[in-house]
Design a protein around this ligand. Structure first.
Ligand SMILES: *[C@@H]1O[C@H](CO)[C@@H](O)[C@H](O)[C@H]1NC(C)=O
Length: 194
């Protein structure tokens, strides 16, 4: 069983994977200009190009939201990614469909990823369930600035947890050991990929 508990605190403090408070170590971004995929290629939900399309569309709003205090806000980058695969509707993620997509991406990967991925999905959905009151509160927020779109925090919670868990659980024989990768591993044990 993947140890998702370790991640619960950090994901909790980053519900929705977008709102982070100013003194949060994640605000500055990764400590080294290296792509995590150069350290370990992990299973994925969508192709990088689909992620980037959502990233460019929503990152401006997300950066403004990062400066806001209070109940963590949902992440529209994540909701946009979930929407692009039709996994999200009405505050819920289709777990079976999500499992299919992640497992599909493991087909061309080392066999150990299959079980790691299933355990990560299990752990992340349990974690999200354990913080559902805060997730619901985040979903009910009203815009804090003109044009702010409120996204439901469930997508960011699940995506952040999955990204961090899979990277943390990368089998050692598949992880590139060097200074930069070790720094990235330590950073992403606390901070989501965004
Ligand atoms: C995702 O889809 C829902 C409709 O199911 C929509 O209300 C929401 O605005 C969409 N979110 C984003 C970020 O595009």
């Amino acid at each position: 069983m993947v140890n998702v508990n370790l991640l619960t605190f950090s994901v909790l403090s980053l519900i929705g994977f977008c709102s982070v408070v100013a003194d949060n170590p994640c605000v500055k971004g990764p400590p080294v200009p290296k792509n995590a995929a150069e350290c370990c290629v992990t299973p994925f939900l969508v192709e990088p190009s689909a992620f980037m399309a959502c990233h460019s569309k929503w990152i401006g709003q997300t950066k403004r939201q990062m400066a806001l205090e209070g109940i963590p806000r949902g992440c529209c980058v994540a909701e946009c990614v979930m929407n692009s695969t039709k996994l999200y509707s009405d505050g819920k993620i289709d777990r079976d469909a999500l499992t299919k997509l992640y497992l599909g991406s493991t087909k061309s990967m080392a066999p150990e990823w299959k079980q790691i991925t299933l355990d990560a999905i299990d752990g992340c959905f349990k974690m999200a369930d354990s913080i559902k009151d805060e997730i619901e509160a985040g979903a009910k927020l009203t815009p804090a600035f003109d044009g702010e779109q409120i996204c439901h925090p469930i997508s960011g919670t699940i995506l952040a947890c999955m990204g961090m868990t899979l990277f943390a659980e990368c089998p050692s024989k598949l992880f590139t050991v060097n200074d930069d990768c070790n720094k990235l591993k330590s950073y992403h044990s606390k901070c989501p990929f965004l």
